[in-house]
Design a protein. Structure first.
Length: 351
């Protein structure tokens, strides 16, 4: 027993063998606890999480394994060495390593959590997968902001002069903003489009006299497939600064068209035309008649103006309805011997 006591009292690098034994025992015990948490406790929690409908508990378990467990493993070594007298450089190295690990895994956990919560929020307010996919374009920007703040926090804990670093970043940021003013304008316009949603991928819009369907909303440009087939490329700032007509969000379509008949048309036939057109439109589903009037006497014709509504935004449905109206008008005019007006010129010859 005395011999064992003498062995344990021997000193190596300013620590007795007994101290090394105690530290190793603490390290071994903490490792066992960490392993139990990792392979026993988390496994049971995971089994219960798989039975729930929400995926937040699965996300929490995954992040615990990826970001908490590495710090926990390092903590076993760090706590075990607190019982030992270490060289100043080794002790400082452990402190720096601890700060690096905590900062790295902490920022990574924060970034993943914010992205997950944002994704859950987007799914709650908007079920469109295309919109959610587009909004994920914000995540890299959020990551850059979080990692920048985390880096500044790390440098501050390592003893660097943060005021000088922040001032340098501010001056550099101003220089970059001035040099890339147009690009940043398009980038902020991209965020405005994503948040305000004046249009989305798949919407048909009219801007600057050009009409087409949105194919892609990018960080700098938005691509539109025109009705003629060619691809139109607009900068995001051009779109946010223009008057955009979103045709897809049209609840109903107002239609105005004219019918011109010749001056030879009898008065009783002129009186009957508005009623005939009203009856025709009211007999077509998905329409709402507004008015039909003998609106104008032109140079070579009597002109009727007709207004009605198509109760859908589908363009093909509108064309089908207009075609049905035109055919009905043609059939009625042929039956009543009413002639459509066409450009004519009368020449009077005098002797």
């Amino acid at each position: 027993m005395q011999h064992l006591s003498q062995i344990l009292s021997r000193s190596f690098l300013h620590n007795t063998l007994f101290n090394y034994t105690i530290s190793f025992g603490i390290f071994l015990l903490l490792c066992i606890i960490a392993m139990l948490i990792r392979f026993v406790f988390l496994s049971k929690v995971k089994e219960r999480a798989e039975e729930t409908e929400t995926d937040l508990d699965d996300f929490a378990i995954l992040q615990f394994k990826k970001n908490i467990m590495p710090v926990l493993y390092f903590s076993t070594l760090y706590i075990a060495t607190r019982n030992l007298v270490l060289h100043a450089r080794i002790e400082k190295g452990l402190d720096i390593l601890g700060i690096l690990l905590i900062s790295f895994f902490g920022v990574r956990l924060l970034s993943a959590t914010i992205q997950k919560l944002m994704e859950k929020y987007l799914k709650r307010i908007q079920s469109d997968d295309e919109y959610i996919h587009t909004m994920r374009g914000l995540f890299p920007i959020i990551n850059i902001i979080i990692w920048s703040i985390g880096t500044i926090f790390l440098l501050d804990n390592l003893g660097f002069n943060i005021s000088a670093v922040v001032a340098g970043l501010g001056i550099g940021g101003i220089a970059v903003a001035l040099a890339a003013q147009a690009v940043l304008g398009d980038l902020f316009s991209y965020f405005a489009i994503l948040i305000d949603k004046p249009f989305e991928v798949g919407d048909a819009i009219t801007v600057g006299g050009m009409t087409g369907k949105i194919e892609k909303i990018g960080l700098k440009t938005t691509r539109i497939r025109s009705n003629g087939g060619e691809q139109l490329i607009f900068s995001n700032s051009d779109l946010t600064g223009s008057r955009v007509q979103n045709l897809k969000r049209m609840n109903e379509r107002r239609v105005v068209f004219h019918i011109d008949v010749t001056f030879a048309t009898a008065e009783e036939k002129l009186n009957a035309i508005p009623g005939m057109i009203q009856k025709t439109i009211e007999g077509i589903p998905a329409t709402r008649f507004d008015r039909a009037h003998f609106a104008e006497i032109k140079d070579a014709s009597f002109s009727f103006e007709i207004v009605y509504f198509v109760l859908t935004d589908d363009y093909n449905t509108y064309m089908d309805i207009q075609q049905e109206i035109n055919l009905a008008v043609c059939a009625y005019f042929r039956k009543k011997r009413i002639s459509f007006a066409y450009p004519t010129q009368t020449v009077y010859v005098t002797k």
